[in-house]
Design a protein around this ligand. Structure first.
Ligand SMILES: C[S@@+](CC[C@H](N)C(=O)[O-])C[C@H]1O[C@@H](n2cnc3c(N)ncnc32)[C@H](O)[C@@H]1O
Length: 199
């Protein structure tokens, strides 16, 4: 429990000190392309570790019913502040590992961008089980795996997409698509990979 509190504090301190280098300040162009493509019909979406909510608001503007979850109160406050009344995102301050069982099978989509790299690697199995329980059968996990690399330590902890896919496969996911996006922001070209899996 003390361990979890430390993780919460770690992220909270970054927001409090406005030291948030991961935050693009706008939705990633990769998700903007997916949202506009028409290939993903609007439905129930949960955004894990949503931060200031740029990607959550993007999908809400495209008609998705979005629940954005983060445990850092400063990030949550910013999401409330930036919420668009015309296309509101439902904002929840919570630890993703404590999301209620009542949410099981509720979502058509999980959206993930730099939440997987933020959690303790020892909990990645739990994360995969969480993803499996939140999605409806046939639901999609849409993740932009970042940062890909080899260094040790964290957070953020590096991500190996093959290992991430293997872990999710053990929980009933099958790969639909993976690509190094041509439209990643320049500083993330080739060190992030789009991964879409079906439950
Ligand atoms: C690297 S930031 C990414 C934020 C956002 N996805 C973005 O791209 O700007 C990681 C986020 O995950 C949140 N987070 C980490 N572990 C979490 C957990 N167990 N439950 C809820 N939020 C968590 C942190 O508070 C932080 O906002």
């Amino acid at each position: 429990m003390a361990h979890e509190t430390n993780f919460t504090d770690f992220w909270q301190q970054h927001y409090r000190n406005d030291r948030t280098p991961w935050d693009l300040g706008y939705p990633t162009p990769v998700f903007a392309r997916l949202a506009a493509s028409g290939d993903y019909p609007p439905g129930q979406m949960i955004v894990l570790g949503a931060g200031r909510g740029h990607d959550a608001r993007l999908f809400a503007r495209h008609g998705f019913d979005v629940l954005a979850v983060d445990f850092a109160s400063e990030a949550v406050a910013t999401m409330h502040l930036l919420n668009d009344a015309a296309h509101p995102v439902q904002v929840l301050q919570a630890d993703i590992f404590e999301l209620p069982m009542g949410m099981n099978g509720r979502f058509d989509y999980i959206l993930e961008y730099t939440c997987f790299c933020a959690i303790d690697p020892a909990r990645r199995g739990e994360y995969a089980a969480l993803a499996a329980r939140l999605l409806k059968p046939g639901g999609l996990y849409i993740g932009l795996a970042f940062p890909i690399g080899r260094r040790s330590g964290g957070p953020p902890f590096v991500v190996q997409p093959d290992a991430m896919i293997e872990l999710l496969s053990e929980h009933g996911f099958s790969i639909q698509q993976r690509e190094f996006p041509h439209d990643s922001v320049p500083s993330r070209q080739n060190i992030e990979e789009l991964i879409i899996l079906k439950r």
